[in-house]
Every structure is written in structure tokens, then in C-alpha cells.
Write a protein that binds this ligand. Structure first.
Ligand SMILES: Nc1ncnc2c1ncn2[C@@H]1O[C@H](COP(=O)(O)OP(=O)(O)O)[C@@H](O)[C@H]1O
Ligand SMILES: [Mg+2]
Length: 223
């Protein structure tokens, strides 16, 4: 059974009165343990696709099975439960909480779970060390470099031990050295068994993955 299986999903946005077919009858699946890059020109539907896989949104049509469960038609609160349990998300713009320090940001996903404080703290320390930030536990995002911020975001994405890690242009805001560090971490996570899907327009980032899925005009042209 694939970890991710989408069957003829479409996504339509209405812009004023004009419908935009951001995704048109897309079918594809990903096995547990894959490291795939989602590529294609700007506007081709990559982020829309990733947001659907991440249960941040639902398709207008079609079926999405995540880990065997049909999540195509769930309510917002059911979707947020699924996200919390199964998905880790890494964004181009990090999306950290400015008022919280490194440890607290990493603990955010655990805050919503029944994890006790000591365990949550210990887990966040362990994760911060795993991304090389063991010496930055009480820094806030403004006191970190871009690469460090993205490493916090990766640690946060791992906090709930998700089955699926989704990253949308994770190196897009980083210099090449920091980007390299982020790619090395993603590589290592995949070697440890994590399933990783990365949206990128950067062929160098795409080459790191074991598979490239290419979008054009809301459809998949290579998978
Ligand atoms: N929230 C939205 N409302 C209306 N149109 C959108 C929205 N999000 C994306 N689109 C449109 O859907 C298409 C695909 O966008 P997107 O998935 O962001 O592409 P990519 O990530 O490949 O650049 C584009 O034409 C974009 O303008
Ligand atoms: Mg995008």
C-alpha cells in the first residue's frame, strides 16, 4: 500500500468569477521511504499539490488516501487532527513564532498533544541537537541566521514523529551553504526512513531526490 495515493484530484480556485484549474485530474502515488522532488514552472500547481498532500486544503474532486485513510472529504477539524499526527511541514519562509525561543518553537506541535512537559522538553532538546542547534536553545528567530531558522523548522516538523515530511522550497530563502546544510539534513532523515516530498524549482535540489515528479499547467508530465 502506498503511503500517499491520489487519484484524479483536481483543485479549482475561483478568482472573482473566473475559475482557475490549479490541478487537473492528477494521479500519482508515493511509497513509504521515498525522497521525491516536485518540480515545474511557477504557477504549475506544485504548492497547491503539496498543500493538498499536507491536508492544509481539500481537493475539489478526486480521492486522496494517506496511509490508507481517505482524507479527501474530511472537515477542517478532522484535517487538523491528521496534520498533527501524520504530517511535518517545512516552508520557504520558515513560519516560526517570533516570540518563542528555539526550544519552544520545536515544541509547538507537541503543545497540542497529550505529551507531558518534561518529555516535550527532552524531545525538543534532542531534536535541536539533531539539527545542530543544541547551543542555540534559548535564541529567538530574530537572533538566528536563515539556515538556523530553517533547521528549527525542520526540528519542529519532526516533533510529532510524522510519517510524511513535506517541504515547499525549503532552501529558497537561503544562501548556498545554508541550503546545503538543509539538504544534508533532509538526506539523513530519508536515510533514517522518513518519507520526504520537496517542492523546488532548483534542479540542483531536485537532483538530490531519488525521484522527480514534474508538473506543467496543473498536470503531471513526468513521474
Ligand atoms: N489561493 C488561491 N486563489 C486563487 N488562485 C490560486 C490560489 N493559489 C494558487 N492559485 C493559482 O493556481 C495556480 C497554481 O498555483 P501554485 O500551486 O501556487 O503553483 P506553484 O507552486 O507551482 O508556483 C496558479 O495559477 C495560481 O495563480
Ligand atoms: Mg509554489
Amino acid at each position: 500500500m502506498p503511503l500517499v495515493e491520489v487519484v484524479r484530484i483536481s483543485k479549482q480556485y475561483i478568482m472573482g468569477t473566473v475559475p482557475v484549474n490549479a490541478l487537473d485530474q492528477v494521479s500519482v502515488s508515493f511509497e513509504a521511504g521515498e525522497y521525491a522532488a516536485i518540480m515545474g514552472p511557477s504557477g504549475s500547481g506544485k504548492s497547491t499539490f503539496l498543500n493538498l498532500l499536507g491536508c492544509l486544503d481539500t481537493p475539489s474532486e478526486g480521492t486522496y488516501l494517506l496511509d490508507g485513510l481517505d482524507v479527501s472529504n474530511l472537515s477542517d477539524s478532522e484535517l487538523s487532527d491528521i496534520r498533527r499526527i501524520k504530517i511535518g511541514f517545512i516552508f520557504q519562509s520558515f513560519n516560526l513564532i517570533n516570540e518563542l525561543d528555539v526550544l519552544e518553537n520545536i515544541q509547538v506541535p507537541l503543545f497540542y498533544q497529550a505529551v507531558d512537559e518534561q518529555e516535550s522538553h527532552d524531545r525538543a532538546v534532542m531534536l535541536s541537537q539533531a539539527v545542530g542547534l543544541g547551543h542555540r536553545l534559548h535564541h529567538r528567530p530574530a537572533e538566528l541566521s536563515g539556515g538556523e531558522r530553517q533547521r528549527v523548522a525542520i526540528a519542529r516538523s519532526l516533533a510529532n514523529d510524522p510519517v510524511l515530511i513535506l517541504a515547499d522550497e525549503p532552501t529558497g530563502n537561503l544562501d548556498s551553504k545554508s541550503g546545503r546544510e538543509i539538504l544534508d539534513i533532509l538526506h539523513r532523515l530519508n536515510a533514517e526512513g522518513k518519507t520526504i516530498l520537496v517542492v523546488t524549482h532548483d534542479e540542483n535540489v531536485g537532483r538530490e531526490a531519488n525521484r522527480i515528479v514534474r508538473f506543467k499547467d496543473g498536470t503531471i508530465v513526468t513521474s
